[in-house]
Design a protein around this ligand. Structure first.
Ligand SMILES: C[S@@+](CC[C@H](N)C(=O)[O-])C[C@H]1O[C@@H](n2cnc3c(N)ncnc32)[C@H](O)[C@@H]1O
Length: 416
């Protein structure tokens, strides 16, 4: 049997129709290619097919689209955002060109760890669908400062009894250097902590923290100096493993699109910000208005609050679980705009109050097109429109898509 690839699916697989009418999803196949699905074997390659730069492409689940030329790849991501908005009812949304971030810039990685029977350590990303760990010699998406830690980490973990069979290493590249969180299936003893401190000193890592395999209590195992990352000139001290936007370029593109989406503001204007994290958006926004920031994770909101107080009070940080206790219409009164940047699941519980509030502008930062469609539908049903949508490709060569979507009410805006 041979089939022609009609399009790419949401996970980046080629989609084709089998002779019996069923849909086939064929990994690493590109639109227009004729493919034999068993194998699969590409019988007529697309002119858009390129040589993947990374030797791990294929077995490593980190990238799925390195074999596609950048221009059609970026157009596909733009099309996915247009489609997500069209499904929500915004078929005429103006969608900008995709902002693609360069290779070797990702500053955050959650690396899987496996100890082999001979004691050696595999470190890398799982194969697609949670398969075996691809032991990485290099990586074309991660910042070289993180790639440089692969081999030293393997050596360290090989001699660490608290790493028994499986674990993960979360690496965040902060302004102060790499920040390491080890999730292990054993508990490091005194001697192991000394080993970790020596490793941290040798590798310029100010802090190493540890937790159980499935999270739980996180404790500092070695601390040689302060940790910090600056947003719009304000330095925040993140907790171990904290959420960061994946690349500095992606963060800059998101911040720019959010700021461009703001309405005209008066000197006393206030902005509400939901899912504020460490303040990636809060501090840039504070250059334009006072910001009431809400965030659910206790350590994260504590870090944001401490930095906000030092920075002079333009940002106020409040801990709130917005899924259990969404802001109500009364609480939403008096804001010139609202920015939300929910987790992958989206903000289903918060959307009804936003839709019927007196707000005139909502700027939605999305990392999940499906959740954006669902949440966008709530706004569409209440008469909101899309003023601007910007696709941002922070996860180069993956099927993931970030976006900033500016929603507004179709009435002449008046500054609050
Ligand atoms: C995609 S991150 C965005 C963070 C921040 N805006 C940034 O750009 O770095 C989503 C944030 O939502 C927070 N969050 C997740 N669920 C939440 C909830 N139910 N209530 C409040 N915040 C939540 C997470 O802790 C995380 O900080």
């Amino acid at each position: 049997m041979q089939v022609t690839i009609e399009a790419l699916g949401a996970a980046g697989d080629g989609v084709a129709t089998a002779p019996d009418g069923s849909r086939l999803f064929i990994p690493f196949a590109l639109p227009g290619e004729v493919v034999r699905p068993d194998g699969p074997v590409v019988l007529s390659p697309s002119p858009e097919r390129v040589e993947p730069p990374c030797p791990h492409f294929g077995p490593c689940g980190g990238c799925v689209l390195q074999h596609w030329a950048l221009s059609p790849y970026a157009a596909w991501k733009r099309g996915r955002l247009a489609e997500a908005l069209a499904r929500a009812g915004f078929g005429d949304a103006p969608v900008a060109e995709t902002r693609v971030t360069p290779p070797r810039t990702r500053r955050r990685a959650d690396l899987a760890l496996r100890r082999r029977a001979d004691g050696s350590v595999a470190l890398g990303f799982h194969a697609r669908g949670g398969g075996p760990v691809e032991d990485l010699s290099t990586c074309h998406v991660l910042d070289p400062a993180l790639v440089a830690l692969f081999e030293p980490l393997r050596t360290l973990l090989r001699g660490l009894p608290a790493f028994r069979r499986e674990g993960s290493a979360v690496l965040n590249l902060l302004d102060t250097g790499p920040d390491l969180l080890l999730r292990l299936d054993g508990v490091p003893g005194v001697q192991e902590r000394a080993t970790l401190a020596a490793f941290a000193a040798a590798r310029g890592i100010p802090r190493i923290a540890g937790s159980g395999l499935k999270g739980g209590v996180t404790e500092t195992l070695a601390q040689l100096g302060g940790v910090g990352i600056a947003f719009a000139g304000v330095t925040v001290a993140p907790p171990p493993g904290a959420f960061l936007q994946a690349t500095p370029q992606g963060e800059a593109a998101i911040v720019a699109a959010v700021l461009e989406g703001l309405p005209k503001l008066t000197g006393r204007a206030r902005i509400a910000e939901l899912h504020a994290g460490l303040g990636t958006l809060s501090f840039p926004l504070a250059g334009h208005a006072r910001v009431a920031a809400f965030e659910g994770a206790p350590e994260t909101v504590a870090a944001l609050d401490a930095a906000a107080r030092k920075a002079g009070g333009r940002v106020t940080a409040t801990r709130r679980d917005l899924a259990r206790q969404p802001l109500g219409p009364k609480e939403l009164e008096g804001f010139a705009a609202l920015v939300l940047d929910p987790p992958f699941a989206g903000a289903a519980e918060q959307m009804p109050a936003l839709a019927r509030s007196a707000l005139r502008r909502i700027i939605y930062v999305s990392c999940n097109p499906a959740a954006l469609t669902r949440d966008g539908r709530t706004l569409h049903a209440a008469g909101w429109q899309v003023a601007q949508a910007t696709p941002i490709d922070q996860f180069l060569w993956s099927a993931q898509l970030e976006a900033v979507v500016v929603f507004e009410r179709p009435r002449a805006a008046r500054p609050l």
